[in-house]
Design a protein around this ligand. Structure first.
Ligand SMILES: [Zn+2]
Length: 304
């Protein structure tokens, strides 16, 4: 990663602004895994947060009366399976928001894995990710606390795994007394699902929204699809109050979705002139920074 890219994607000293405000209002839960911080969001929902790595990945344990799911298995630095099993006694399976490397790393440890159906998800299931895709996540400037004992970055890969159920748009995940609806939301990746919990009025947004730099240029990303997904989520706003993203912080008030949609449309039309430039894999990218989020796109995704 060049110095120029580092400015656009990984701001220097990113950890100095932590902890994020919301965490002081949430109930912290003690666990055997110091690499993660765990917060209880209600009697049946836990956020698993990874503050010491740049992506500040969030996974969630969501319980119903009969079973529980783990939303995403993270980047593989800590042991998320052991941790999730400490948080629930119910039968537990994985539901992925999408199949980028930082969401599926420990899928292989679970017998049951649910994923949104698509060519990229089918490919990642077979191949996993090699060390060349995982190792940069602990490169210079990416972490700020010692890595867990026994973790070896040189041997770190995402092994292939078996998807036991391919999800479709609109399907309902029934946990017993609690239902989550699958909302297809491509744009960040083409196999991306948000999950709507009408009872609690929460929307899990995966990587289509979080309060950091939201990317539309990674594999499977598309700015037009991103805008369409935001239109879909904005229409659903009467059904939820808070967003549960897969990075940075949980419990984000929903109104921000309207702002992201408005800004994404301006960017797409070439009308948003304030941005910083970088290069990723030889392609020009632009970072548009706003108050509590950023949108990072390929220059070629923008109308000239
Ligand atoms: Zn991610």
């Amino acid at each position: 990663m060049s110095a120029k890219e580092e400015n656009v994607i990984v701001p220097k000293g990113w950890w100095e602004s932590l902890p994020r405000k919301v965490y002081s209002k949430l109930e912290r839960v003690k666990t055997s895994q110091p690499w993660f911080e765990v917060y209880k969001l209600n009697e049946k929902t836990y956020a698993i947060y990874e503050p010491y790595q740049f992506e500040e990945t969030l996974s969630y344990v969501v319980e119903g009366d009969k079973k529980a799911i783990l939303i995403d298995t993270g980047d593989g630095i800590g042991d998320i399976k052991k941790l999730a099993e400490e948080l629930t006694d119910l039968p537990l399976h994985v539901v992925n928001t999408h199949t980028h490397v930082d969401h599926v790393a420990q899928n292989y440890m679970f017998k049951e894995v649910w994923c949104y159906d698509g060519p990229m998800a089918r490919e990642v299931e077979k191949t996993g990710y090699p060390n060349s895709k995982t190792a940069p996540m602990v490169g210079p400037g990416m972490t700020w606390k010692p890595l867990p004992k026994g973790f070896d970055a040189k041997k770190w890969v995402v092994p292939p795994y078996k998807v036991t159920h391919w999800m479709k748009d609109g399907e309902v995940i029934d946990l017993g007394g609690r239902k989550l609806e699958v909302i297809y939301t491509p744009g960040h990746s083409n196999d991306h699902a948000a999950l709507l919990d009408k009872k609690n009025r929460w929307l899990w947004t995966g990587d289509i929204f979080y309060t950091g730099g939201v990317y539309t240029y990674l594999p499977g990303g598309d700015l037009d699809q991103f805008i369409a997904s935001y239109e879909k989520m904005v229409k659903l706003m009467p059904e939820f109050d808070y967003l549960m993203p897969s990075h940075n912080e949980p419990m984000v008030p929903k109104e921000v979705l309207k702002t992201v949609l408005e800004k994404a449309k301006l960017i797409r039309a070439g009308k948003e002139k304030k941005y910083t430039e970088g290069v990723d894999d030889g392609e020009k990218i632009r970072r548009h920074q706003y108050d509590n989020f950023a949108i990072i796109t390929f220059e070629k995704q923008i109308k000239k």
